[in-house]
Write a protein that binds this ligand. Structure first.
Ligand code: AMP
Length: 342
């Protein structure tokens, strides 16, 4: 496994690869969700490249860039075990040298939801992903559905700019109690960690209503709000039922849609999302199987029992009837689009 800090090293590696390259961009502090992307890339490509770069451009001035968790040595050990070929782990000045001024802006799609709560976030994401794509030049790039709007934004980016990269979206990996694996889960206090699965339980509640035939988007949003109101520690930022192509809010769910939410638990902001159809059920691995135990947590906290109302949701998800629809697919066919716009 080559660990490259410089662009020229990564480019030289790319020049030696004759087969297909699968690329997984990350901000490091890897967990089971990241490794799911890496394994998928390993299965589908001749060579696998992973980037580890905490991108300052996608953090707001009051956000957690400085304290974002980092552990490069541990990340490298995990990636070695996954037989990754290239780890590109540049410093900030390598990506943004003095005088760097170009930005990639995907327009209104990047200004809604996460883009509204975090102004400039998707401009930062689109800029760094474009630069990483130019460096690594992969055939395929792997992103997680947990960050559903990011998937939509990246697909728009590669379609608009005719970047010849296939974007593969991978189902969310969750703890056994439903909490989506996230590097930021490490910030949660034991009490916050205990209530955090309520986020997924709220999504599961809306999904259950949808399965019963409810198509009024506001009723579905309200179901999420009502479900979360039971947990006063959770402060909802937004809940959205949006068109899966444009991220515009829907009145009626009459087309492919994404249900997403962002919420604060104390000082930690978490996001989660659901979709229907596509690549099938999410994986329930337990993030802690490959992550260090969150600071101050007993391992048992990661096995909080699932509330009975949400248990049926989990069963339904496991049976491949995930909530939200993307591109209208309902079967288990690979959920992907060609980045070339084809
Ligand atoms: P990050 O390091 O948070 O920027 O995430 C890197 C990639 O991993 C992004 O495409 C995320 O959507 C994806 N990812 C993060 N958490 C999960 C998860 N729990 N399951 C699947 N993919 C994930």
């Amino acid at each position: 496994m080559l660990v490259a800090e410089r662009i020229e090293q990564a480019r030289a590696w790319r020049g030696r690869i004759t087969g297909s390259v699968g690329f997984v961009p990350t901000m490091g502090y890897l967990h089971a969700g990241h490794l799911e992307l890496v394994r998928r890339a390993r299965r589908e490509n001749d060579a696998v490249a992973v980037s580890i770069f905490v991108n300052p451009l996608q953090f707001g001035p009051d956000e957690d860039f400085a304290r974002y968790p980092r552990d490069l040595e541990r990340d490298l050990r995990l990636l070695r075990d996954e037989r990754v070929d290239l780890v590109f782990a540049p410093g900030v000045e390598e990506i943004y040298p003095p005088g760097f001024a170009t930005a990639v802006d995907v327009g209104p799609i990047g200004q809604r939801l996460e883009g509204a709560s975090r102004p400039g976030h998707f401009r930062g994401v689109a800029t760094v992903v474009t630069k990483l794509f130019m460096i690594v030049q992969p055939q395929r790039a792997y992103f997680g559905w947990k960050d559903a709007q990011q998937v939509v934004v990246i697909r728009k980016l590669v379609a608009d700019l005719a970047i010849p990269v296939e974007i593969v979206a991978v189902p969310t990996v969750r703890e056994e109690d439903g909490l989506a694996c996230s590097s930021r889960n490490v910030y949660l206090s034991p009490e916050e960690r205990r209530v955090a699965p309520a986020l997924y339980a709220a999504l599961a509640r809306a999904r259950a209503l949808w399965q019963e035939g409810e198509r009024d988007a506001e009723t579905l949003r309200q179901a999420v709000r009502t479900s979360l109101a039971k947990e006063p520690q959770i402060r909802l930022d937004y809940v959205s039922v949006a068109d899966a192509a444009t991220m515009e809010e829907l009145a009626v769910v009459d087309r492919p849609a994404i249900l997403s939410l962002a919420a604060w638990l104390g000082a930690t902001r978490l996001i989660d999302a659901g979709r229907r159809g596509g690549a099938g059920a999410p994986a329930y691995r337990g993030c802690a199987a490959t992550s260090p135990a969150p600071r101050g947590h007993a391992a048992t906290l990661l096995r909080t029992s699932w509330p009975s109302s949400a248990a049926s949701g989990l069963r339904a998800l496991r049976s491949r009837r995930c909530w939200c629809a993307c591109r209208g697919s309902t079967g288990s066919a690979p959920d992907r689009t060609r980045g070339s716009g084809a």
